[in-house]
Design a protein around this ligand. Structure first.
Ligand SMILES: *[C@@H]1O[C@H](CO)[C@@H](O)[C@H](O)[C@H]1NC(C)=O
Length: 211
């Protein structure tokens, strides 16, 4: 403490140091850091207070600020009519629903592309078939189970299912883009699923910390 105070030797502390009164008092080297701390507290308190209370900011704003994709979080949550009256767990459920919606749509795109390719083009179909195999269990099991787990407060299980979704979308993307490197609608879908999953996971993390 005293050692670090050498960096703060201002005229004020030098002045008080010369007064050698024997009465008990705060040692001058401590005085300056203390006042600095007080000043910092005074500066920080009003702003932290206004951002945590209802200053035109609702739970959705506050929650989305804690996620890596603020705009995506906002648009996903606000597209659900029930979000305005939801608590944090409800928002996590809505977000997990958005992940399911995105994954289902991406699977739909993959299946459309597979259906369209006739005569079959094995070189183009193989990565698509691989992706369909990854997405089907995600849409059928992992995400519905994660949403169900959220409603029961089994957050760890929900994290598991959504993390799995993220990994499968990433796997599909590697397979799709390992060809000519051009972006495809499926690749856009994969990226969206991964971003939505990242938002859902960070909301669940806030939920886990608040318990
Ligand atoms: C996925 O989308 C299809 C339509 O493409 C729909 O019939 C089905 O109910 C959806 N599944 C889920 C789990 O949302």
């Amino acid at each position: 403490m005293v050692w670090s105070c050498k960096f703060f030797s201002s005229p004020i502390t030098q002045y008080t140091r010369k007064q050698t009164e024997p009465i008990m008092r705060i040692p001058p080297p401590l005085l300056f850091p203390l006042s600095l701390l007080l000043l910092l507290l005074l500066l920080l308190l009003p702003t932290s207070h206004s951002s945590s209370s209802s200053n035109g900011e609702d739970l959705i704003d506050q929650t989305c600020k804690l996620t890596p994709f603020y705009d995506l979080c906002q648009s996903s949550l606000r597209s659900s009519p029930s979000s305005s009256s939801s608590d944090l767990r409800g928002l996590a459920q809505i977000m997990a629903g958005s992940v399911l919606d995105g994954a289902n749509r991406t699977l739909g795109q993959i299946q459309q592309l597979l259906d369209r390719s006739s005569p079959a083009d094995p070189a183009a179909d193989q990565p698509l078939a691989y992706c369909a195999e990854l997405y089907i269990p995600v849409v059928k099991y992992s995400l519905p189970q994660a949403i169900d787990a959220l409603s029961k407060g089994r957050l760890g299980f929900a994290v598991y299912g959504i993390t799995d979704t993220m990994n499968e979308a990433g796997d599909c993307n590697k397979k799709i883009s390992s060809g000519d490197g051009s972006s495809s609608p499926v690749s856009d879908g994969n990226m969206l699923v991964m971003d939505l999953a990242a938002v859902a996971l960070s909301i669940i993390k806030v939920l886990q910390k608040s318990l």
